[in-house]
Every structure is written in structure tokens, then in C-alpha cells.
Design a protein around this ligand. Structure first.
Ligand SMILES: [Zn+2]
Length: 529
């Protein structure tokens, strides 16, 4: 059983009562939109989305709410925004910061909109929402009151769980300064049961400067927000969350999840949701940060793969193992090959179909309600080779390989795959996958007398007019010559590749030679004798 189904079984057990009462299970995840969204967040989205999908498959009512958090303070400047323009906005709620690109509602939604485009491709059962309107509608008023009334308890939980306490006069609330509009710089100093008194402090945080204003205001209806470690469990209660996982950085002992769980149970009297801790998504073995602009955003990684493959990349690894993704290595070709292998298991082309492989294939499929269609696909490496050969027509070669014309769906699948292969060839493909056909026999080409004899035999075999000039037939002839001569395969194949490609290896030799005119091949072979 694969991990998503195992988790579904645990959820069914824990929430048996709710499921029986047809109460929808709320699954939640979020991202603060302080910059381009890192690909690691996409892993969280896929995990939660997949759980929603497998629950819905069994007719269990479940909805996956994904929060685009635009209410947190701007607390950092990514390298790709203009520092001079944005420095003065540090400390303000993100939704009040102007967008860094035209066409978006605010600064946060520049990144939120980009993420939505990426996620929409994956066709997950996901509902996006933004945080600020919930505060404005008063949905958080109750939990704000509870948090302020239990400030001392919350301080004690912080201290007990993380060791790092908050000062005795700290209240779990950030007010939007009525004078400068910043939220990251204010400290609540008094709560009288109706209003809070706050100070906008010059040096309250290192990343923003307050204006010195002191005021008294209602903490409700959007005037203020909870700090995120308290807000997290507050959201569970406000939205009725049953299931919510978190990345490794939050899940460590003494971390924010541990603090949130205790605040949830002890202050908000709300059960800790079912947790799915998940590991990092590492690019080329190193954890890259999107805020440093190093290029590992959800968008950049998703641009490298079709949606089904992106899903496969995210779900093939169990949540508590890291995903290592090296776009410059063999990861991408291997991923395509794996997809094709899983398809063989799903469509029972494999001798011993494996249930878990078939299941994984099914879940990468974009429409869970429809059975995946069995479409013929060209292998990634072969496709990448054909695309590099100016003398080859992709559709013709595909039809030859398949043995018949491609259906409309197969043509679409081929075009989609070809698009991603071209992108890969022009960006990340390692040298071993790059081919150029030599126009002439290479100058430094040599073979020994024994090889010459065998090559002469090969010419005789290939110039036979009864030989049909097609991959399998050519392949058979070459192997017959090799067998008859008792020659080590490498001693025959290596010079063949060198002769046409200037390198020691290449695609399957019979098919490769069939892509040239017969006379051209014979001429090239004769030139070395
Ligand atoms: Zn201020």
C-alpha cells in the first residue's frame, strides 16, 4: 500500500465519527507570500491535495483549503525586488505593499498568482483563500479574545516547549499601527477586555522601524492579527481543520508545530489536527532558498516537467524522506522512464504487475474520476535523440517505432513530451545526451585489421538488396555478422558510433542506421576500409 492510502486508512480510523456523520474533513496548508514560492511548498500542496483526492475517491467528504497569507508583515527583501522602493514597506502587512509587477492586487498576490497558475495545472481538489478577509469578517474575534485572555498561559507554553520565552509583558497580538500602517513593529502593552493599548516601537524588530506612535484600539475585525505561532492553531479552530501537515522546519522538537499543538489543546480547546510531517525538497542536494533568488521556485521547477511528471516527482517519495532533484543530472530522463515503467504496471504490460506501482501511476493522472488512457509514448532518451537529428521527422519515426499511425491522443502526448525534451536539451541536458551527426568520416578514426575484415563482412551483409532498410532487420544483420566473426560487441559497435557521431555510444544501432539512407551508410563504411 502506498503512503497516501496508508494515511487515508489512519484518517478513516481517527475521524470515523465525522465520516459517518458526513461531516466534511477539512485539510489545510498555507504559504506566506513574502516572495516567490519555493518548490518545497509545492511538496506540501501535493501531499495535502493527494490526501483530499484519495479520501474523495472513497466518497469521503473532504476539502483542501490552501491559504495565501497576505496579512503577515513584510519581513525580508528578496533580491529580485528593488530595495530602495521596498525598504520603506518593511514591517507593513503584505496586502498593503504595492505589487512589484503590474497586474496583481498587491505585493503578496504577485507570488500568490504565480503559485496558483502552477497549482492549477496539477488539477488537485484545492480551494484557495486569503487570510485578511477572515479577520475583517470577524471570524478571528473569538480566538483573539481567547489568546489575549490567556496570554500568560501562551507565554508559559512558549517557554516550556521551545525554551525561549517571551517577556512577561508580551501579549500574543500584533496591531496595525494607526499612524504608519506597520504591523511588525507594534507591541501590545495592555488588554482591558475591550481594547488593546499598543506602542509602535522604533527598534522592536531588526528588519523594520516603528514610528513611536502609542494608541488604544479594538483588537477585532481586522485591526490586528495574531502572531503566526498562535495564529496557526487559531486557524485550526476557526476553519475546523482536521488534517494539516507541516514541513520539517516546523516539525522539530520544540518547534512551532509543538507550540501550536499545545496552544490548540490548552488555550483554544481544539484537538490537534492529524499531522503529516514532511521533509525538504532539495535542489541538487542543497536546500535552496527562493528568497535568495537562486532559482528553485515552484514555478521554475514546474516549468521543467509536464503536470503528471511533476506530480510523480512529488508523490513517488514518502513524505518523511527528502526529495533530491538535480535538473542537470539524469533525474529528468529517469523520471520519464519511471513514468513509462509505472504505466507498464498499470496497463498490465509488465510480466508481474506491481499494485503499488500501478496505484502510483493512477494517482499521477490528472483526472482521478477517469481511468487513464493507454497511449503509446516514445522513450525520453530516444525522443531526445530524434529531436537532435535534423534529418528525422518526429511523427514518422514515432509511427515506425510504434508500428502503426499514432492516434490523436498519442500525437498530443508526443508533442507534450517533445516540448519538455526540447526545453531540457536547451538548458539542463548533460553532455552525454547531446548528439551531432558528423558530415564526414572523422579524421582520427582508426580500426585494426581484424575489425576491417568484420566491417567488410558487414558491408556485404547490409548491401544485400533483399534486406529491408528498417531498424529490426538491420539490427539482426549486424548481430549475425558479429556472431559469425565471434567479435566482442564493443569492438564492432564503438567504431560504428564513432563513425557517425564522433562518440563511443549512441541509440540502438539498427534503428540508428535505419534513420540514414542506405547508400550513405554504405559509403561511410567503405570510406574506412
Ligand atoms: Zn507606527
Amino acid at each position: 500500500m502506498i503512503w497516501a492510502d496508508r494515511i487515508r486508512e489512519e484518517i478513516k480510523e481517527r475521524f470515523a465519527g465525522e465520516i459517518q456523520a458526513k461531516k466534511p474533513l477539512v485539510i489545510r496548508d498555507e504559504k506566506t507570500l513574502s516572495g516567490r514560492v519555493h518548490v518545497g511548498s509545492l511538496r506540501g500542496i501535493l501531499i495535502h491535495g493527494l490526501i483530499a483526492q484519495v479520501l474523495q475517491e472513497e466518497g469521503i467528504s473532504a476539502k483542501f483549503l490552501f491559504e495565501l497569507n497576505e496579512f503577515d508583515p513584510m519581513d525580508g527583501l528578496p533580491v529580485y525586488v528593488d530595495e530602495k522602493t521596498y525598504r520603506p514597506h518593511m514591517g507593513k502587512p503584505l496586502y498593503t505593499v504595492p505589487p512589484s509587477e503590474p497586474g496583481h492586487e498587491n505585493y503578496a498576490m504577485v507570488f500568490g498568482d504565480e503559485l496558483r497558475v502552477v497549482v492549477d495545472r496539477l488539477k488537485l481538489p484545492i480551494e484557495f483563500y486569503t487570510l485578511r478577509p477572515l479577520y475583517l469578517e470577524g471570524k478571528f474575534n473569538g480566538v483573539i479574545r481567547e489568546a489575549l485572555d490567556h496570554a500568560a498561559e501562551i507565554r508559559a507554553i512558549y517557554k516550556e516547549v521551545s525554551g525561549g520565552g517571551k517577556p512577561d509583558d508580551w501579549f500574543p497580538l500584533s496591531v496595525i499601527c494607526e499612524k504608519c500602517g506597520k504591523i511588525g513593529t507594534t507591541q501590545v502593552i495592555e488588554w482591558d477586555g475591550a481594547n488593546v493599548t499598543y506602542e509602535c516601537k522604533k527598534n522592536y524588530v531588526a528588519w523594520a522601524e516603528g514610528c513611536g506612535h502609542k494608541g488604544t484600539v479594538s483588537p477585532f475585525d481586522g485591526n490586528a492579527k495574531l502572531p503566526w505561532k498562535v495564529e496557526w492553531p487559531a486557524k485550526w479552530k476557526v476553519l475546523g481543520v482536521s488534517i494539516e501537515g507541516a514541513g520539517k522546519d516546523h516539525s522539530a522538537a520544540g518547534g512551532s508545530r509543538a507550540i501550536g499543538s499545545r496552544i490548540s489543546e490548552e488555550v483554544f480547546k481544539y484537538p490537534n489536527p492529524y499531522d503529516i510531517p514532511y521533509e525538504f525538497f532539495n535542489i541538487a542536494g542543497k536546500k535552496m532558498s527562493a528568497s535568495k533568488g537562486l532559482g528553485a521556485s515552484a514555478k521554475e521547477v514546474s516549468d521543467l516537467l509536464p503536470a503528471t511528471l511533476l506530480k510523480l516527482l512529488m508523490i513517488r517519495t514518502i513524505p518523511n524522506r527528502p526529495i533530491d532533484f538535480d535538473p542537470e543530472g539524469k533525474t529528468i530522463p529517469n523520471l520519464f522512464d519511471e513514468y513509462d515503467r509505472l504505466a507498464d504496471h498499470y496497463f498490465k504490460r509488465h510480466k508481474e504487475p506491481d499494485e503499488d506501482f500501478a496505484r502510483t501511476f493512477k494517482l499521477t493522472h490528472l483526472n482521478p474520476l477517469k481511468e487513464p488512457e493507454d497511449v503509446w509514448q516514445m522513450r525520453f532518451t530516444l525522443l531526445s535523440f530524434v529531436l537532435q537529428m535534423p534529418h528525422l521527422d518526429l511523427l514518422q519515426e514515432a509511427a515506425k517505432l510504434k508500428g502503426s499511425e499514432l492516434s490523436i491522443e498519442e500525437k498530443q502526448a508526443l508533442e507534450e513530451r517533445a516540448f519538455y525534451v526540447r526545453e531540457w536539451l536547451s538548458s539542463f541536458a548533460p553532455a552525454e545526451y547531446l548528439y551531432t551527426i558528423l558530415r564526414d568520416t572523422p579524421e582520427n578514426f582508426t580500426i585494426d585489421p581484424e575489425q576491417k575484415v568484420v566491417f567488410q563482412k558487414l558491408i556485404t551483409a547490409l548491401q544485400d538488396p533483399s534486406l529491408s532498410w528498417e531498424g529490426p532487420a538491420i539490427h539482426e544483420r549486424i548481430h549475425a555478422v558479429k556472431e559469425e566473426a565471434g567479435m566482442e560487441p564493443k569492438r564492432l559497435f564503438t567504431p560504428l558510433y564513432q563513425l557517425f557521431l564522433g562518440r563511443t555510444s549512441g541509440p540502438q544501432i539498427g534503428w540508428f542506421l535505419s534513420t540514414f539512407e542506405k547508400e550513405d551508410v554504405l559509403q561511410r563504411l567503405r570510406s574506412i576500409l
